[in-house]
Design a protein around this ligand. Structure first.
Ligand code: SDX
Length: 444
């Protein structure tokens, strides 16, 4: 991948400080697609000022070749391939390979990759003891944060002398072990025995087998469910520099162990403004309860004084329909057909809520469309997952994107430790006051 730092750019932008007429010129750099960037790496050095962009709404944090999103057109590409084609014609492990290697695998590359993942799905037996330390009612995302982070204790990874084989092994272990850890977290909460991975099964099929089979009798994974699960994993695999991916990159920029970096990504994904939204959508639909209450919740979502937001709607980047939501809506129908709940009231409610919202001027003006989390929860519930497992499913898939972005960053020769600055508006220097003379001190 070409590097920005050795590109000479003739195009520049000039900043003028109208307080003193000072001018500064900075290069404009273009990628292969999407907005150009203003290279401001010298900005503080040249101007003595910082730029200010809380939430990074206008900031490119890195150069990447993995995923491209056009929020206005509702386009999502992984290494140039559309999410629609990948969801239709590819599978999760093939998308993992694509994200990591930059190309779709040929037959032998695919079979080697599948092997590498399959033969790392088993957990170290001592790791299985970690689950015993949690309360039975622990949120499974808390267990994921703890147990995935603990992988660092089993696979010490020293960044400085990480030869390629060690790095690849860490990547394979993370992709391979997430489903096993997730299934164990669920089974622990139910007081069920852990089910070992079955190397004869596909990735999604194996996960459903570990989740729902019982040692007491033969269990056959429903192929419709396995296909739906694999498609959902494809849809959630990567999404440019979202909050959890940026968290993994920032943790990785200090050369932290990749297992610890992914644990930080899981923590960030858990938030209801991010991956936790799928759980929040289901809770919201159940709270709304019926179509006749939808107008009340639409009104609340528009009320600035009401903290309620329509979960599963809106997106930092998509100002059009999230392409993944459209595909997931289709998966809803296939899965509900299979479990014979064609008239799942929550789906009917979701479709009606979407229709009303998309006709409302507030949502139209603010370009608030359903995002990937709006329909996923309905599919998960129909597949038999408890609501608390919804974001865990998101993390099983997103580990591919996190670790591909981590890998890209660690190969980037210009990457430095991430260290943002601030606009300081606290106390100016003041003398210390001994406690016996603080009586009249005002507290700001
Ligand atoms: C994911 O970044 C990614 O790529 C994430 C993700 C991925 O794959 O990694 O796509 C996964 O996280 C999807 C998003 C899931 N979250 C939700 O569904 C939670 C509900 N949505 C919102 O919290 C919100 O839309 C965000 C967090 C998703 C985006 O927030 P932004 O970009 O910071 O936008 P904003 O909060 O500034 O909102 C802009 C305006 C505001 O009104 P004004 O202040 O301009 O008057 O839109 C309003 C907001 O109040 N608004 C909503 C709303 N979302 C935004 N109003 C009501 N309901 C909503 N859901």
């Amino acid at each position: 991948m070409s590097k920005i730092h050795n590109r000479v750019s003739e195009q520049t932008v000039t900043f003028t400080d109208n307080r003193n007429g000072n001018n500064w010129e900075f290069p404009i750099i273009s990628g292969t697609m999407g907005p150009d960037v203003i290279d401001i790496r010298r900005f503080y050095n040249d101007t003595g000022m910082f730029t200010y962009d809380p939430g990074y709404t206008s900031t490119a944090s890195c150069e990447s070749a993995i995923t491209y999103i056009d929020g206005d057109e509702g386009i999502l590409l992984h290494r140039g391939y559309s999410i629609e084609e990948l969801a239709d014609q590819s599978d999760y492990l093939e998308v993992c390979y694509l994200l990591l290697e930059g190309e779709l695998p040929n037959t032998s590359e695919k079979s080697e990759f599948i092997n590498n993942i399959t033969y790392h799905t088993l957990l170290h037996e001592k790791l299985n003891h970690f689950f015993q330390g949690f309360r039975r009612d622990s949120h499974p995302m808390a267990i994921m944060c703890g147990v995935v982070g603990a992988l660092a204790a089993f696979y010490p990874y020293s960044y400085e002398n990480s030869e390629p084989g060690q790095r690849k092994l860490a990547i394979h272990r993370l992709i391979a072990k997430m489903p096993t850890i997730a299934a164990n977290a669920y089974r622990y909460s139910k007081g069920l025995p852990f089910v070992f991975p079955d190397n004869s099964l596909g990735f999604a099929e194996n996960f459903l087998h570990m989740m729902f089979s019982t040692p007491c009798e033969e269990y056959k994974v429903n192929p419709v469910m396995a296909n739906a699960m694999d498609r959902i994993l494809v849809l959630h695999a990567d999404h440019e520099q979202n909050a959890s991916t940026s968290t993994v990159r920032l943790a990785g920029s200090s050369h932290a162990n990749p297992f610890a970096c992914v644990a930080s990504g899981i923590a960030s994904l858990w938030g209801p403004a991010h991956g936790g939204a799928n759980e929040a959508v289901l809770n919201m639909l159940m709270e709304i309860g019926s179509v006749d209450r939808v107008p009340e919740y639409i009104r609340r979502a528009k009320d600035k004084d009401d903290p309620f937001r329509l979960m599963g709607f809106g997106h930092r980047v998509y100002k059009n329909y999230d392409p993944r939501a459209a595909i997931l809506r289709g998966s809803c129908h296939a899965v509900l057909e299979e479990v014979d709940t064609k008239n799942e009231p929550l789906l009917e409610l979701a479709v009606e809520l979407e229709r009303i919202a998309l006709e409302d001027d507030y949502f139209i003006e603010k370009k608030l469309f359903p995002n990937v989390d709006f329909y996923s929860g309905i599919v998960y519930r129909a597949m038999g997952f408890p609501i608390s497992m919804f974001t865990v499913l998101f993390s099983i898939s997103r580990v591919a994107g996190w670790i591909a972005q981590w890998n890209e960053m660690t190969h980037d020769t210009i990457q430095k430790i991430g260290r943002p600055r601030q606009l300081f508006n606290g106390s100016t220097p003041r003398k210390f006051v001994p406690i016996n003379r603080r009586a009249g001190l005002k507290h700001s």
